[in-house]
Ligand binder design. Sequence first.
Ligand SMILES: C[S@@+](CC[C@H](N)C(=O)[O-])C[C@H]1O[C@@H](n2cnc3c(N)ncnc32)[C@H](O)[C@@H]1O
Length: 243
Amino acid sequence: MSETENLYETNRLLAEYLLFHFGKQEELLPWAFGPTTALNFPTRTASHFSEGKVTRSLDLGCSVGGSSFVLNQSSEEVIGIDFSQNFIDAANDLNQGKVINYEVLEEAGQMKSLETSVTEKGTGNLSFEQGDAMNLRPDIGQFDRVHAANLLCRLPNPNLLLERLPELIKPNGELLLATPCTWLEEFTKKEYFPESTTLEWLKQSLSNDFELIKQTDEPFLIREHARKYQWTVSMLTLWRRKA
Ligand SMILES: C[S@@+](CC[C@H](N)C(=O)[O-])C[C@H]1O[C@@H](n2cnc3c(N)ncnc32)[C@H](O)[C@@H]1O
């Protein structure tokens, strides 16, 4: 396993993502002057799909499941998939109603204990599984909604996912891609970086099979320690599969 795959298996990243997805505002951002519009990112991205109930939804690179639980409020079935077994174990625990205790870094070696659980799980049949978004199992079927937030620029070859998307999404189904466009050789082979802008690359890759129906920007906030955050703006695009 490479260094970057290991990163998402660490307890430090698990704690950062539990706080990012499920933390209360006073735990994540106890500063009144902080960028509060960057809170609740997993809920905001999953809320961009067209209104109404659907049959099947897929959350790729779901991490600890924040967006999957939101998708499960308007879908009969939701599958959340992540490459990290550690993240999937936590998502499964939360889905089973368990309380997770975890520790976040305050400063130096000082840690703060937090706990989280999910009370609003939605009404669908939600499951989580470990898997690779570049090589999904062949029998996974088709979906009405596919959500992939902040995943593309973490994949060694994102084209492998883009090429699979047309068969993964039902005619008139929707695809939501959010990406901070943080292309790094630690994660993605340089030969697979977009040659132009990320948006142009997506249009070129997807427009045969999908129509772009929305484009917007969504900020998000990841807490590293009590006084240090990553504030980033993700470019969100919503696509409809051509009939
Ligand atoms: C930047 S995080 C984004 C997580 C979540 N979607 C969010 O918006 O907070 C990237 C996620 O993609 C996962 N990931 C990385 N490579 C993957 C792959 N090949 N297949 C599925 N998930 C992957 C990581 O484990 C991590 O949970």
